[in-house]
Design a protein around this ligand. Structure first.
Ligand SMILES: *Cc1c(COP(=O)(O)O)cnc(C)c1O
Length: 450
């Protein structure tokens, strides 16, 4: 029984649940979405909150540039490139067998400095916010200071009195661990069983305490939360509920807006922007989508992508149960090669905040993720981790014949679609060790050849 109804009854009222259980690639476009001017109020956060996060990152930029020299050329701004990928678009047309009008781009969060994934946005932001709060309260920092002064032994000794804990499938731990340890904090990362060995090794090299769990992400988070609750000097970074993580991700949108403008890409009602975001617990894609809705209003269409084995946000929003349902509750195993997306229960906060702002949700099989990984490499010479490919089929899902009703409802006429921009948010991969990447690529090539 789930929320007082049997799985059979749920399937009667929500027929796509049967497709999810059968692990079929599935898409759902939510008829309850509303214009941004109405639905943004659901979020409980404002444009001012996002701007405050952006200003905080600016204050830390001199410190970031100093301790992470790879960010010197961007003056300590942690940002990724935007790239047009027309060759991939052609390969996708032949793979999916129909025309894909509009232009295809990729946002390379895979190549974000410091930790090589989208978590370098939210994860690092929350650590910096915590550090600033502590340092200001204890009068070792003033808002007007040059924050580069935090790169000294006295500041590190101060932060070493405090602890940070987090539960992660890998990338969040990597981001928080690297920045937290650099500031001087004692950081403990609770890793789920699907976390890659190299991510654990990398963290231990930075002096981070890595606790390995035999269970999945939700259990690792729970253990982190439990330990931190017993320790008043420990800050638990709550991937399932944190508004700070969410705001750190949201800052991406204004920067993307500038990048699109410099690239001469117009976004308005007649030139819509579609953004395909890989979704795990939901904070990353939710925060980015919140920022996008603030920046572009109804000219942007956000779509979340999940593995067929872990469609937690799809299931949560579609059933209306949010974090009161997990994929395991309906017999789905939450076992996927897309380790960053291996989450069985969605964030209740993000699902409820964003459900009327996100156009739709779709699932991708692991084999398709590997095939797309190989296609990206072949077409564009870009190497991504499996999770990061979930957004790549989005353009074909939107334009598929199955979604006529959605396109009509959104007034996406053929001429508007000719002028559309489709953006694949590539969420990770540049730090994957070469041997591991070669194994991913050969697996993908084998699937393409089959
Ligand atoms: C964490 C992660 C995501 C999704 O972010 P959530 O906040 O968990 O939804 C997507 N891709 C990669 C590579 C990630 O590490």
């Amino acid at each position: 029984m789930i929320a007082g109804k049997s799985i059979h009854d749920w399937q009667q009222t929500h027929p796509l649940i049967a497709d999810l259980i059968a692990l079929k690639e599935t898409a759902w476009f939510n008829p309850a979405v509303l214009p941004a001017e109405h639905a943004l109020a659901d979020v409980g956060l404002t444009e001012q909150d996002k701007d405050a996060a952006s200003a905080r990152l600016d204050r830390f930029a001199p410190y970031i540039a100093r301790v992470f020299p790879e960010t010197e050329k961007t003056k300590g701004c942690i940002e990724s490139p935007l790239k047009s990928i027309p060759k991939l678009q052609i390969l996708l047309e032949s793979r999916y067998g129909f025309e894909l009008p509009g232009s295809l781009w990729v946002k390379l969060d895979s190549h974000l400095p410091i930790s090589g994934s989208i978590k370098a946005r939210g994860g690092i932001y929350e650590v910096l916010k915590h550090a600033e709060d502590l340092a200001i309260a204890n009068k070792i920092l003033d808002l007007e200071d040059d924050y580069a002064k935090l790169d000294n032994n006295e500041a590190r000794a101060f932060f070493s009195n405090y602890r940070i804990a987090v539960g992660s499938t890998g990338n969040l731990g990597l981001s928080i661990g690297i920045v937290g340890a650099t500031l001087g904090f004692e950081v403990t990362v609770h890793m789920s069983s699907d976390a890659r060995q190299w991510k654990k090794d990398r963290l231990r090299e930075h002096g981070v305490i890595v606790v390995e769990h035999a269970s999945d992400y939700s259990a690792a988070v729970e253990e982190g939360r439990r330990q931190a609750m017993q320790d008043s000097k420990c800050h638990f970074i709550d991937d399932e509920n944190s508004k700070n993580l969410f705001l750190g991700y949201a800052v991406a949108a204004d920067r993307l807006k500038q990048q699109l403008a410099s690239a001469g890409v117009l976004v308005d009602r007649d030139h819509p922007l579609f953004v395909y975001l890989p979704c795990g617990v939901g904070g990353g894609p939710g925060g980015v989508a919140f920022g996008l809705k603030l920046a572009f209003g109804d000219s942007v269409h956000c779509v979340f992508a999940e593995p067929t084995h872990s469609p937690c946000m799809f299931l949560g929003v579609y059933s209306g149960l949010h974090d009161a349902i997990s994929v395991q509750d309906v017999g789905i195993d939450n076992v996927t090669a897309a380790d960053g997306l291996a989450v069985g229960r969605p964030s209740g906060f993000v699902g409820k905040a964003m459900q009327r702002l996100v156009d739709g949700y779709y699932t991708v099989s692991d084999d398709e993720l590997y095939a797309l990984l190989a296609l990206f490499d072949r077409a564009e010479g870009l190497r991504l981790e499996p999770s990061a490919l979930a957004g790549a089929p989005g353009i074909a899902r939107i334009l598929s014949r199955d979604q006529d009703a959605y396109r009509t409802r959104m007034q996406l006429t053929p001429s508007v679609l000719q002028s559309a921009t489709h953006l694949v948010w590539a969420t990770g991969g540049s730090m994957v060790p070469e041997t591991e990447m070669n194994a991913y690529l050969s697996r993908g090539k084998a699937i393409l050849a089959a």
